[in-house]
Design a protein around this ligand. Structure first.
Ligand SMILES: *[C@@H]1O[C@H](CO)[C@@H](O)[C@H](O)[C@H]1NC(C)=O
Ligand SMILES: CC(=O)N[C@H]1CO[C@H](CO)[C@@H](O)[C@@H]1O
Length: 405
């Protein structure tokens, strides 16, 4: 039986490709399908096809390779966004998963790292795995944050609840690995699960009143910032932690503004928690990934058109070379820098000169820490969290199969 499967993709964009599965002959529909009949959903199976033209098998293999490995960016749509490299999907491809194949393909390349930012490439995993790491980084790696605020006095213009919320969001430099989660219903807190801070500020007038309207000269302590937060050791904490080890990450975050006579007297309890519970526990400012862009020039672009092409992409993506006779010629220098804006498709004279793709299993990760832990520690921690989840799942699976036996 001849069964044709509609292929939702073609390099020339004018034809839909028909793939004859489990056969050695492939055909291209030479007319737009929408002209022939109403286009059904992708993947529909046809018994008949017309206007077909035979194409060589090698071309088809290239095409399948592209579809399996890359996401294609087109003028009006982004295509092949789903992974399709699972077993049995393509004839002649062994897409079954094996540890050995994975180990050979998988790699992590460090690109740059500073004390609060990390960029690395994760190659050879499915989007679901990469996304799991991203989500764990955002919401399941624990940190310490202010949870309970005891306000003894507040004559500032900021309401108690707003103040408490602002305090909660301050990143606290304290290694969460050294603390336990606080037990539910526990209001006191112990040295093992709680950090205490104190904020006691009173704004006063400066005695020397100069001829000025600048509040910095007129008043003392009129800006309450994180440098006013004092750590109060509980129990044996003073012996365990060195001076300056427990403190807000930054000491210039503005908490409130006061005027002479106004006063804040607050005690705070910091506890361990995760971002899933409240965003203030999230250890990262951002954790995101993007796919590695791949830009291919389909034809030579020269002269003023080359300059126009360069302007369509992010700086550094397209370079212009001088060739014989002083002509300018565009060259793809570094596709990685591209933001994939697809600007090039807005220009009639350029849109057919380039192919924009992204490698489906090449993730460029960016992790920006709030400063509590260094980003490399956070990523390792995220891996541990995922491993723990897997172990829990395996144990439960085993328990259930044992039970049903
Ligand atoms: C609260 O602060 C105001 C202004 O400094 C002061 O007058 C008042 O006595 C304080 N109240 C308490 C309970 O400390
Ligand atoms: C506990 C306390 O003193 N709260 C006060 C803080 O300041 C606001 C505004 O001045 C008052 O409404 C609160 O009663």
């Amino acid at each position: 039986m001849a069964v044709f499967v509609l292929w939702p993709f073609h390099p020339l964009d004018v034809m839909a490709v028909w793939l004859l599965r489990s056969a050695s002959e492939f055909y291209v529909a030479t007319k737009r399908l929408d002209d022939l009949f109403k286009l059904p959903a992708h993947g529909a199976v046809y018994k008949h096809a017309c206007c077909l033209e035979k194409i060589p098998k090698s071309d088809m293999t290239d095409l399948i390779d592209d579809v399996r490995r890359k996401v294609t960016l087109r003028e009006h749509a982004v295509e092949n966004t789903h992974s399709s490299d699972f077993p049995g999907n393509y004839e002649d491809y062994d897409d079954s998963w094996s540890q050995k194949k994975f180990e050979k393909k998988f790699r992590i390349d460090m690109v740059k790292m500073s004390h609060d930012e990390l960029e690395f490439d994760m190659v050879g995993v499915d989007a679901s795995i990469a996304n799991a790491f991203r989500r764990i980084l955002l919401s399941e790696v624990p940190t310490m944050a202010i949870e309970k605020v005891f306000i003894y006095n507040n004559t500032s213009i900021i309401q108690d609840e707003v103040l408490a919320h602002r305090l909660g969001l301050i990143p606290i430099k304290a290694d969460p690995r050294l603390f336990e989660y606080r037990q539910e219903g526990d209001t006191e807190g112990t040295a093992g699960d709680t950090l205490e801070f104190q904020l006691k500020v009173k704004c006063t007038k400066c005695s020397k009143v100069a001829d000025t309207t600048d509040p910095d000269d007129l008043y003392k302590d009129h800006k309450v910032t994180t440098k006013h937060l004092k750590w109060v050791p509980i129990g044996n904490q003073a012996e365990i932690f060195k001076e300056g080890e427990i403190r807000p990450v930054h000491d210039d975050i503005l908490i409130a503004k006061l005027r002479p006579g106004q006063e804040l007297d607050i005690r705070m309890h910091c506890v361990k928690g995760i971002g899933k519970d409240h965003a203030k526990f999230s250890p990262v400012a951002t954790a995101s990934y993007r796919l590695l862009p791949e830009i291919t020039l389909l034809q030579t672009v020269e002269g003023s058109l080359a300059e126009k092409l360069q302007k369509c992409f992010s700086p550094g993506v397209i370079e212009i070379d001088r060739v014989k006779g002083g002509r300018k010629k565009a060259r793809v220098a570094n596709s990685r820098k591209d933001t994939c804006s697809r600007e090039v498709f807005r220009h009639e004279d350029l849109k057919d000169t380039v192919k924009l793709e992204r490698i489906r299993d090449h993730f460029i990760f960016c992790v920006e820490s709030t400063g509590v832990l260094t980003p490399d520690v956070l990523v390792c921690k995220a891996v541990q969290v995922l491993m723990k989840k897997c172990r829990t799942f395996l144990t439960e699976l085993k328990e259930n199969t044992d039970k049903s036996k």
